[in-house]
Design a protein around this ligand. Structure first.
Ligand code: ADP
Length: 301
């Protein structure tokens, strides 16, 4: 796969100049540049740190006391039975939960050591840096070209759009299949192509992180295999967090796996919690917690 050198947007999570209607926000604080350095012991640089994170929907505590780190240019899989809070945790990494009325995060989530939920942080800047791909491919009812160009245009890019579109589609392993029909509707593509288009749309704005919420669950096995191959390619340049209900997929694609489950409290209410988090090879061969072992061996969930 050919791709130009990674140029993740760096800088600030604050509102971009000219976008906040001229409010007197504090001046921009730089965020450390992402350089994908791997530490000697094989840990990637920490991108996210979750410390005692609990997530609520109204008074319901959906997830309690999650502690984990997400590392640069690795694929981190969130697995566990339905309803244990995987998507809830994923969505709070780019403040997508802000869009759900009543959703609230307690504890601390840092992104490159900056508090993701600080008052001055602009969720729109956050979502530019931390993109998301959903379970069901959701192309805009526009041409293939315009789907990819949409984000860069919103960001004010006017020149070199053809190159941006080609680079994003190449990066999502879709260019060869669509280069002769860029003006056709994206809705005419197959489900697997649509999902790769959505990945291309995400990378067109040069994020650092891609969050994927069960990105293959609506796809057939061949389209799934293509996305998994693509994820391996993308992980050389992007930090990826994926929710998957498919344990084999987690074992195939991820570097680290977090296993969540739901505990029932004294009043019969289920709360999601992180049971175990480790490098994937260990999680699937020698987990420390009996519940992880039971889950991955299919004894529950
Ligand atoms: P998973 O991704 O592991 O299947 P979710 O994160 O979707 O789990 O859900 C965790 C819990 O939070 C579930 O009990 C679910 O019903 C609840 N939940 C999820 N989304 C919402 C929401 N928008 N409003 C209220 N409760 C929600």
């Amino acid at each position: 796969m050919t791709q130009s050198r990674y140029t993740a947007s760096t800088g600030t999570l604050r509102t971009a100049p000219g976008e906040d209607g001229g409010t007197d926000r504090p001046s921009q604080v730089p965020i450390p540049e992402v350089h994908g350095r791997l530490l000697a012991e094989g840990l990637g640089e920490v991108v996210f740190e979750l410390a005692d994170v609990s997530i609520f929907y109204g008074s319901y505590q959906a997830v309690r006391e999650v502690n984990m780190t997400v590392h640069s240019r690795q694929i981190t899989a969130l697995i566990g039975p339905s309803g244990c809070g995987k998507s809830t945790v994923l969505r709070c990494l780019n403040r997508m939960n802000d869009l759900i009325p009543g959703a609230r995060v307690e504890g601390k989530i840092t992104y490159h050591t900056e508090n993701l939920y600080a008052d001055y942080v602009d969720p729109i800047q956050v979502r530019r840096r931390i993109g998301m791909v959903f379970q069901k491919p959701n192309p805009f009812p526009k041409s293939i070209y315009d789907n990819i160009a949409y984000g860069p245009r919103v960001n004010g890019v006017r020149k070199g759009m053809d190159d941006i579109v080609e680079e994003a589609l190449t990066g999502a392993a879709l260019w060869d299949e669509v280069k002769d029909k860029l003006k056709q509707s994206a809705l005419a593509l197959s489900g697997g192509q649509q999902q790769r288009l959505c990945i291309a749309r995400t990378i067109a704005v040069k994020p650092e992180v891609i969050l994927m919420d069960e990105p293959c669950s609506a796809l057939d096995p061949i389209a799934t295999a293509k996305i998994e191959d693509l994820m391996h390619d993308l992980a050389t340049q992007y930090t990826i967090v994926i929710v998957t209900h498919n344990m084999q997929q987690a074992a195939r694609v991820s570097d680290r796996t977090a296993f969540f489950t739901a505990d029932v409290d004294g009043e019969g209410v289920r709360h999601g919690r992180l049971v175990e988090y480790d490098v994937t090879s260990k999680m699937f061969t020698n987990p420390s917690d009996r519940r992880t072992e039971d889950y991955i061996s299919g004894r529950f969930g």
